[in-house]
Design a protein around this ligand. Sequence first.
Ligand code: 3PY
Ligand code: MG
Length: 228
Amino acid sequence: TAAEALGGAGFDAVVVDLQHGSATLDGLAHVGRAIDTTPAVPFVRTAANDPTELMRVLDLGVRGVICPMIGSRDEAESFVRACRYPPEGDRSYRPIRGARGSVRDHVDRANPDMILFAMIETAEGLADVERIAQTPGLDGLFVGPTDLGFSLGLERPGDLADPALSTPIDTVLDAAVRADLFGGIHAPDPVRAADMAARGFRFISCAVDTDLLVRGAADALRTVRPSG
Ligand code: 3PY
Ligand code: MG
């Protein structure tokens, strides 16, 4: 229900998060159907860079994947291979949702239609980001500012206003731009999201369903009972 509501709110994509939260692979077919009633593109963030999980997620008709914790060019190549049918990759064939026509029809559409983001959120990924960005078949880099902040030992992980996070963020964005990829990032609130858009990011997650609920509920409570 939340996915359908958010898809109808005008976002370009709705991401089902299988790394954190309560969404499950079992439920993904239903959530995907809900998103498909809206103009939004169905994305998943997988729990890991695991070819078995990626294969099953793709079979359920998602059109974009955000893969967490990509730490090297080898890991990026493995991610892309798992998501593209031969000859670009080694995805196995058995789509369950969204497949129309012959095997060839599906494959010819699925490879170019699938949008793949590698998350850069570790010191290792940051160190190899130029080579990761050049991975054939990759469409974007996506900064996870909190895990990146932890990995770099910062005092304020995830704080996009922290000058210490500025250089790493620019490093990832520059690598994406140089490789003609989408630069993506998670922003904890809409104000920071607008900052990131102004900086040049083109794919920004800016509204998490549970955060929106908590913020809206707290606002309502403050209005009705200002003293707390
Ligand atoms: C992070 O900030 O580490 C993320 O994964 C954002 O979703
Ligand atoms: Mg993360």
